[in-house]
Write a protein that binds this ligand. Structure first.
Ligand SMILES: [Fe+2]
Length: 394
């Protein structure tokens, strides 16, 4: 025998009793409410009803409004509305608002029984459907978490790949050791100050880190030549942008960063190489990098000269605003005081040469003022840069 609980809502005591008696005879367990207000209280106290059977015409909150409240607060509970008015509009309105069925007074017990049976079955199916959907959603969340973990692993292996590429370049030239990681740190700091978002930041950081990777293909005789290069040698040296691009663009996760590798020697006024791009034709990351690169080249010691101060480097970069550099970026760059740049350099140089990961995958969450911090020094493992003299003419 079924023990389904049915909330019977009617303002007339006689009608409530008759319906209750019929339901009991059919094996259901009715609970009575003298109006919508009492029904809502009962539902609040114990929402586990299998069905609500409610009159439409009641003083205070009517059956249609009760239906609306139940649909909103107890969406799993089926509702049957009862009325004495034989009006098709009442029925369609009830269905539109979510009633599962409709009973016209007066009705026989058999009629009530079949409508109640169908409605409870309908409710059960709806609950099963919801449970199924919930299971499905849980399964999707679980798989998403697994996928996220796999992506995290993948990112780690990306970073190991990058590190290996950096090491490969490192083996070629140790003269300007630390340049790549410093220039990456400066590039990220400047990109942050410009408000670049974190996804784009990773692309730019990787491009900055690998900017001279193409020099792996430059012959030693040219790469290590102490004096000035001849025009022919210079032409070969300049190939490093394209070689780097070709190398890096084949690696799917570095494809966007490859654009920066390709364009890192361009100048804002179009006199750079290899393509002579000008202004906004040069990728933003490369325009940012150009300033970072010059900043590091000028402030680093070379065998033949001492590095300048950060303040002097900033002045020089300001002087080349609009020719070598993007004036809008220079403006933001100049807002960062020289001491901040010097401090950042200190942090990077102190860094142990351990794993590089987070730098290339910067975390915005740990940003210090103007955003230098997520370049955790330990994270900045670098490759030696081949040559970047103050004029960046190689
Ligand atoms: Fe370069």
């Amino acid at each position: 025998m079924s023990q389904e609980r049915i909330l019977v809502v009617d303002d007339e005591p006689a009608v409530r009793s008759i319906i209750a008696a019929m339901l009991q005879r059919s094996g259901y367990s009715p609970v009575l409410a003298n109006g919508a207000e009492e029904a809502l209280i009962r539902l609040r106290e114990d929402p586990a009803y299998d069905l609500v059977l409610s009159d439409i015409m009641m003083p205070g909150i009517d059956g249609i409004s009760l239906l609306d409240r139940i649909s909103a607060d107890h969406p799993g509970t089926p509702v049957i509305l009862i009325t004495a008015v034989h009006d098709i509009h009442v029925a369609t309105n009830a269905f539109r608002r979510g009633a599962v069925d409709y009973l016209l007074k007066p009705f026989e017990r058999a009629q009530l029984e079949s409508v109640v049976f169908r409605a409870i079955e309908h409710g059960r199916l709806r609950q099963q459907h919801n449970a199924y959907r919930q299971n499905l959603e849980d399964a999707v969340s679980a798989r998403t978490a697994q996928l996220r973990a796999a992506m995290h692993e993948l990112e780690r292996s990306y970073d190991i790949t990058l590190e290996a590429m950096g090491d490969a370049l490192d083996l070629r030239d140790e003269e300007t050791e630390g340049h790549s990681r410093r220039v990456t740190a400066y590039t990220i700091a400047l990109a942050r100050a410009l408000g670049v978002n974190s996804d784009h930041l990773s692309i730019i950081a990787r491009g900055a880190f690998l900017h001279d990777i193409g020099k792996i293909a430059t012959p030693d005789a040219i790469l290590h030549k102490p004096g000035r290069l001849t025009a022919a040698e210079m032409a070969i040296m300049r190939e490093h942008c394209r070689s780097g691009y070709e190398m890096v663009s084949k690696i799917p996760f570095l494809r966007d960063s490859a654009e920066i590798v390709y364009s890192h020697q361009e100048r804002f006024d179009g006199t750079g190489y290899p393509r002579g791009l000008r202004g906004s034709e040069i990728p933003l990351g490369a325009r940012i990098f150009a300033i970072a690169d010059t900043l590091d080249a000028m402030t680093s010691d070379r065998p033949y000269r001492k590095g300048t101060t950060f303040a002097a480097a900033q002045q020089e970069i300001a002087r080349c605003s609009g020719t070598q550099f993007d004036p809008a970026i220079v403006e933001v760059f100049l807002r960062v005081p020289p001491e901040s740049w010097a401090e950042l350099r200190g942090e990077v140089d102190k860094a142990s040469v351990s794993a590089l990961p987070t730098l290339i995958r910067p975390t915005v969450a740990h940003a210090k003022p103007f955003g230098l911090a997520s370049l955790t020094p330990e994270a900045l493992k670098g490759a030696a840069h081949a040559t970047a003299d103050p004029a960046r003419d190689r």
